[in-house]
Design a protein around this ligand. Structure first.
Ligand code: NAD
Length: 341
């Protein structure tokens, strides 16, 4: 069983409810408070997690409940102020939604704040727990692909929804090798004013220190994944090596063809809370116990953010962008300045 940790949650929309439900039912957490700017969201979320009290204000909730874990599932523009509240309240861990921030400047501030306070963080890049991702990773790690040279990641959803997911699983398949530089391009202003602000399409190349080349395409010009019906799940990864390839989709299956193992795969895949959110939340408890490092930790999410922001900077500046990134003009503002009407 292990120690029970307390958790308070802000943002009770679609993802907030998934968090409330799973924190409540994995047996390692007690949900002690819920908060949202829209009180009408409370009832449904509360019913999923033992009816903890509602707080109009996150600061009040953290002061009253003093949780071990502060979880927030708000739109992408609401990050740094909530990170500050969590750090000031002395929580042990902050669990929040991707993307880490809407700009590199904000991500740098968040990382510095969490590091200097010694507060752990995790972000929901939880797709990698799904069965087909685990199977594909097993083939990649077995060495059966030979020398891996290329990892391709595409998704038809737009950048602020998907780009850090793509970068995260690309880095995971690539053994967490460091990204060295990117070259990117961006097209279309239609989503710049969305609540997940993005160019309509972002694409580019990522050079990793281990020699692997990453290729990312995200947005409306990214290729269809006809194997998958549900639009949000039209996400494909292909890992190519000298002795074969492996491929995985979100919400669908995986396959691999290698010289040593032949054809492997299945059209069945998972994409549900039990397969991705439950182990993600269980790993939060194990990380707090000191037993296991969390595979979705904030330092890793920072590197995903760097790839997304470097691609935008490259699209604006029309040159190679080296990683690590320092502060600069906020990437979306720069894109909004240069993308043609
Ligand atoms: N990891 C994943 O698989 C995944 C999937 C979908 C969405 N997301 C991410 O989750 C986040 C939330 O998405 P969602 O689909 O749950 O959105 P949503 O609109 O359903 O819910 C957001 C909630 O936040 C509340 N909110 C807004 N501002 C607030 C504030 N200042 N303080 C407190 N509450 C506030 C809103 O009232 C709303 O209830 C986004 O960053 C999104 O990208 C992640």
């Amino acid at each position: 069983m292990g120690q029970i940790y307390t958790v308070a949650i802000t943002g009770l929309g679609k993802r907030g409810k998934v968090h409330a439900d799973v924190f409540h039912r994995v047996g390692r957490f007690k949900v002690v408070g819920l908060s949202d700017v829209d009180k009408s969201k409370y009832e449904d979320a509360a019913a999923l997690c033992g009816n903890p009290p509602f707080f109009e204000d996150t600061a009040e909730m953290l002061k009253a409940t003093k949780p071990d874990v502060f979880c927030f599932c708000t739109p992408p523009s609401i990050r740094l102020p909530l990170i500050k509240l969590g750090v000031e309240a002395g929580v042990k861990l902050i669990a929040y939604e991707k993307p880490m921030a809407t700009s590199m400047n904000e991500a740098i501030e968040i990382r510095n704040l969490l590091r200097s306070a010694g507060v752990k963080s995790v972000l929901s890049h939880q797709r990698k727990y799904n069965v087909q991702f685990q199977k594909c990773k097993e083939v990649v790690d077995s060495g059966a692909l030979g020398r891996i040279h290329t990892i391709y990641a595409t998704g038809t959803g737009w950048m602020m929804h998907l780009a850090t997911h793509l970068a995260d699983y690309m880095r995971w398949f690539n053994g967490e090798a460091e990204a060295e530089w990117v070259v990117g391009m961006a097209v279309g202003r239609g989503k710049l004013t969305d609540n997940h602000p993005s160019p309509d399409y972002l694409a580019g190349f990522v050079q990793f220190a281990n020699g692997v080349r990453g290729i990312i395409e995200v947005g409306d010009l990214a290729p269809d994944v006809p194997e998958v019906d549900y639009w949000w799940r039209k996400v494909r990864f292909i890992i190519q090596g000298t002795e074969g390839f492996a491929e995985v989709h979100v919400g669908d299956g995986w396959r691999a063809v290698t010289k040593s193992r032949g054809w492997e795969g299945s059209a069945e895949g998972t994409w549900d809370a039990d397969h991705e959110q439950v182990p993600y939340i269980q790993d939060i408890a194990l990380w707090l116990d000191g037993v296991k490092h969390h595979p979705c930790d904030g330092e890793s999410a920072y590197k995903d953010q760097e790839i997304m922001c470097a691609l935008m900077r490259s699209a604006v500046q029309r040159r190679r962008i080296d990683i690590p990134l320092g502060p600069d003009e906020p990437e979306l503002e720069a894109l909004s300045r240069v993308l043609p009407e």
